[in-house]
Design a binder for this molecule. Structure first.
Ligand code: NI
Length: 186
């Protein structure tokens, strides 16, 4: 296992669409998943997409720790998802703070669909078919955007809500304060 270097905003690998994984059981995919898990643990984020470690393949990993799940939401153990598809369940959206390991030090308020269904393959190549809401839905949408070359600032509707994380305290949103440092980054 190895901790991989994380690409930062501006690197071309973060701007182009990633390719589908054709053989989920290939040894290099297994190794990539292990390395991404180690890299995410080291960086302390909620999720990581393969393009963020300079690999242009459709693979994301994510989790929602219990202390980050909102009221009525459950924690989500680490999930591996290959070749994902997302389907919004209704038009409703909400805005909340996001960070990104490829955009270190910043936070932005990003609108995302409230509820989604997502499909794909897990780390063993088995089908995943889940519904998600809350932070779980937000993280999945953020990670899957990476596979289409989209970083969260491009989803923002008000760039006045893009801020250094140390300045988030000046924004009036006490109900759901963002975590310190990069713990909430994805
Ligand atoms: Ni990200």
């Amino acid at each position: 296992m190895a901790i991989l270097k994380i690409a930062r905003m501006g690197h071309p690998v973060l701007r182009r669409p990633a390719q589908p994984i054709t053989d989920p059981a290939a040894p290099e995919i297994t190794r990539l998943i292990e390395d991404m898990i180690e890299t995410l643990r080291d960086a302390g984020g909620l999720g990581l997409a393969a393009p963020q470690v300079h690999v242009p393949l459709r693979l994301v990993i994510f989790h929602v720790p219990g202390d980050r799940a909102g009221p009525g939401e459950s924690a989500l153990s680490l999930t591996i998802l290959m070749n994902p598809l997302i389907e919004p369940l209704g038009p409703e959206q909400n805005s909340d703070w996001e960070g990104c390991l490829s955009v270190p030090g910043l936070r932005g308020q990003v609108p995302r669909f409230d509820r989604i269904r997502y499909l794909g393959l897990d780390g063993e190549g088995k089908a995943v078919d889940r519904e998600a809401s809350g932070l779980h839905a937000r993280v999945v949408q953020h990670e899957c955007d990476h596979l289409d070359g989209i970083l969260y600032p491009r989803r923002m509707t008000d760039l006045g809500l893009l801020t250094f994380e140390s300045e988030v305290k000046h924004f009036p949103r006490a109900a759901n304060p963002p975590p310190e440092a990069d713990e909430g980054a994805a």
